[in-house]
Design a protein. Structure first.
Length: 370
């Protein structure tokens, strides 16, 4: 009796899938959520960032596990979360321009949802206050803990928090600290790099408390430092990439217990000569924002990247050249912007067949599109 050996990523009815296509593996998403809860110790400590998946059905999966708090970067994502049933939403992005009024409108439309936003300057705080028109809006003060992208300097944070309290136009209730600059491969070194953030946050919390000011919520970290902050009491954890994971994280953080759950599926469309073959996954279907290969073809891992354009991705085969029509299963190097390139994801269930198509319903820019 012969036994057919198959890889986890192979799809039974892949011939029905028009490529290039984004594919989610439901069982792997489920396992990644369960692993995150195991690290956190309690779903109530989790505030996952939805910028990776932007998908209300994945939010529903998290809600079923008892996760009710979420973090996002855009008003589109916040609106998706509110519609999906999230009860506590943090927008971790400065509300500059129309975003301030859009956020206040969202909070008004969903009075049963706790909507908060991070601010790091008087300009952002004033924008929220003006849009709110005396309606109390809760904010978290965003701290620059070394990434130098957003956040107020640590030595200015206490004065800024006090100014917000005394001004009364917005209600500061906590601190937000994202350390995306911490990406040491060694987990011990990675956790050691989080200690200055914990020290700074605790010092700010104590100083504000001594002055009678409330610091109700502290949100810190991303996927790489998630286990580090999980060991610190009183901090909400905000990993994002973990739910789908990607090639860059598998390569850099083998200690993390997550598995890739999203692939881009394509096909060999041409054999231009020699050992060369071309796949229908161009830069419009997979993220190109990071250095190095855009991803790895799991069923041809030794194929050598030659070049990529909008609709084409060219490789050299190390051995036998694949036939035209060969299906390619690619794990992207950076999954978050890859997802944003697709309107929907095909969902593979335990049967290895496509069982549904889920919209990526918080793709950036769609909510305000004409």
């Amino acid at each position: 009796m012969s036994v057919s050996l198959r890889f986890w990523f192979e799809i039974d009815d892949v011939e029905q899938v028009r490529t290039p296509a984004l594919v989610f593996y439901r069982d792997r998403i489920d396992a990644n959520i369960a692993s995150a809860i195991a690290i956190a110790g309690d779903p109530d400590r989790l505030r996952p960032h939805v910028k990776t998946h932007k998908c209300s059905q994945i939010v529903s999966m998290m809600l079923a596990y008892g996760i009710t708090k979420f973090k996002c970067a855009t008003i589109d994502e916040a609106a998706m979360l509110a519609r999906a049933g999230a009860r506590d939403i943090l927008v971790a992005y400065p509300p500059i321009g129309p975003a301030a009024a859009d956020f206040v409108d969202l909070a008004r439309e969903h009075p049963d949802v706790r909507c908060r936003i991070a601010v790091d300057s008087p300009v952002a705080a004033d924008a929220i206050a003006m849009a709110a028109r005396a309606r109390p809006i809760e904010v978290l003060v965003d701290l620059n803990v070394g990434m130098n992208r957003t956040g107020i300097a640590i030595d200015q944070a206490i004065d800024f928090y006090q100014t917000l309290v005394s001004g009364g136009a917005v209600v500061p209730v906590g601190l937000h600290a994202y350390d995306g600059h911490v990406h040491d491969v060694d987990p011990a070194e990675r956790c050691a790099r989080t200690l200055p953030t914990v020290t700074a946050v605790r010092a700010i919390e104590r100083a504000l408390g001594d002055d009678g000011m409330r610091v109700e919520t502290i949100v810190a970290g991303g996927t790489p430092t998630f286990p580090c902050y999980a060991a610190v009491a009183g901090i909400e954890l905000s990993p994002g990439t973990f739910v789908l994971h990607d090639y860059a994280y598998v390569e850099r953080y083998p200690d993390l217990p997550f598995e890739p759950a999203a692939l881009v599926v394509g096909r060999v469309v041409s054999l231009p000569g020699g050992r060369r073959f071309t796949v229908d996954i161009g830069s419009k279907a997979i993220a190109t924002d990071q250095a190095g290969p855009r991803g790895v073809i799991l069923n041809m891992p030794d194929a050598a990247h030659v070049g990529q354009s909008e609709e084409h991705w060219v490789f050299d085969a190390p051995g036998r050249v694949p036939a035209i029509g060969t299906v390619c299963y690619v794990v992207p190097r950076h999954v978050c912007p890859t997802v944003n390139l697709h309107a929907a994801a095909h969902i593979v269930g335990a049967s290895r067949a496509i069982e549904a198509v889920w919209p990526i319903d918080a793709r950036r820019g769609l909510a305000g599109a004409p």
